[in-house]
Write a new protein. Structure first.
Length: 410
């Protein structure tokens, strides 16, 4: 198998100590929206300040498009210096094949186990006791973003929770406003469903389904309520007619849509548009029902390289990503929360402060990327992409397929 052949070829490469020598290092990622680009520029600036040079390898199209390209390069013998993946199991097979660098030496020297919070983030980077990635942020899906201007135009109050939002849909539609913006990328629909599960069915049910892989619960009455809410979301999103997530966010920013279920990375787009939390837009963590943060997000993995200088630069980058100043600068632009529990975020906006407060209280769940394999996630995406695109698929039929996915999930 090609992946094992590559592992054998690269097995001689080893983790090397940090060096100050200047080196170009290609870093691949899928951060290409305006807000994301502003955030990734902070990482590049911090790495360049070490005397090395960040060679930007942005891949448009979000993770679903970028990940296969990244994996193909690594398995095909053309590895980049570092690459973004989400927290969780997306690089699991690459690590098991021996293609990814062990960062345990850097993590130990920098005391990552003492500073990274919650500990589940570093756990997601750990395979067989070794650390293979550097977490850079906590991104939570559990948000409903609302356009204050849209509700003012419709002559109604800004909703305080999901039920009020659903009830407001007719007034929004009468005013020519799409109630809920959902883009056409499959991960957007499946992410919205996961958020609805926590809001409607609660944390315990979420964990029974995705952590325990309980197919009986997935087929039961609590999840039936979630599919009813997803059916409402499908109906409310009719007319979105956009593909990318940031295009859907822009519908909210411009008041063409009332709201969007999207992760806190949407904040970067609001900030870039000069909008202020509280006055221009409203954020409802947990859809205003269950205020919970999912500890998903992004981490950087480092393929094994034969070039000694690039290997040294990898260690410098890993250290730089977790530097307190880098954490603050990057996450303020990205709209995410830092993975360090010891940094000053006095400049955070109202929505980010809400997230920090929820995180401090320990009201957290792991993201589905941490709980399900990439294959199971893909099956989910296929299901919910079809569900949102095909009104003739009933919630009952969709739930049966969902329960079957959970029954076979790994």
């Amino acid at each position: 198998m090609k992946i094992r052949m590559m592992a054998a070829m690269l097995a001689a490469s080893a983790a090397l100590p940090i060096s100050a020598s200047a080196t170009d290092l290609e870093v691949t990622h899928w951060w290409t929206s305006g807000g994301e680009s502003a955030a990734v520029a902070e990482l590049a600036k911090a790495f360049d300040a070490t005397g090395n040079h960040w060679v930007d390898g942005a891949i448009a199209g979000s993770g679903g498009t970028a990940r296969p390209i990244m994996i193909s390069r690594i398995t095909g013998g053309d590895p980049m210096g570092a690459t973004q993946f989400n927290h969780g199991r997306q690089a699991e097979e690459l690590v098991q094949a021996g293609l990814m660098r062990d960062l345990t030496d850097v993590a130990t020297a920098e005391h990552w186990k003492d500073i990274i919070r919650p500990s589940s983030l570093l756990d997601s980077c750990t395979i067989d006791g070794k650390i293979y990635c550097a977490p850079v942020n906590i991104h939570s899906w559990q948000w409903l973003w609302l356009s204050n201007a849209a509700f003012k135009k419709a002559g109604i109050e800004v909703p305080k929770n999901w039920d009020e939002f659903v009830a407001a849909a007719p007034a929004l539609e009468k005013a020519g406003i799409i109630p809920l913006a959902v883009g056409g990328q499959p991960w957007q629909a499946t992410g919205a469903f996961d958020v609805l599960m926590v809001a409607v069915a609660g944390k315990d049910v979420f964990n029974k389904v995705f952590k325990d892989k309980d197919a009986e619960v997935a087929a039961g009455p609590e999840i039936a309520k979630v599919f009813k809410a997803a059916d409402d979301a499908r109906r409310m999103s009719k007319g979105s007619n956009v593909q990318d997530w940031n295009q859907a966010t822009n519908l909210v920013i411009t008041g063409k849509a009332g709201g969007q279920i999207m992760g806190d990375w949407a904040q970067g787009e609001f900030a870039l548009a000069g909008q202020k939390a509280g006055s221009d837009y409203t954020c409802l963590p947990g859809l205003g029902v269950n205020e919970i943060i999912s500890t998903g997000g992004d981490a950087f993995y480092f393929p094994l390289l034969k070039d000694e200088e690039k290997s040294k630069a990898q260690a410098v980058l890993a250290k730089t990503l977790l530097d307190p100043k880098t954490q603050v600068a990057f996450n303020l632009k990205k709209g995410s929360l830092p993975v360090r529990g010891d940094v000053d975020l006095a400049a955070a906006n109202d929505c980010m402060k809400k997230g920090l407060d929820i995180l401090a209280k320990g009201n957290v769940i792991e993201g589905t990327d941490q709980l399900l394999s990439a294959d199971s996630q893909k099956q989910k995406e296929d299901l919910f992409s079809e569900f949102f695109a095909n009104p003739s698929m009933t919630p009952e039929d969709a739930q049966k397929r969902f329960a079957a996915i959970i029954a076979s999930a790994d």
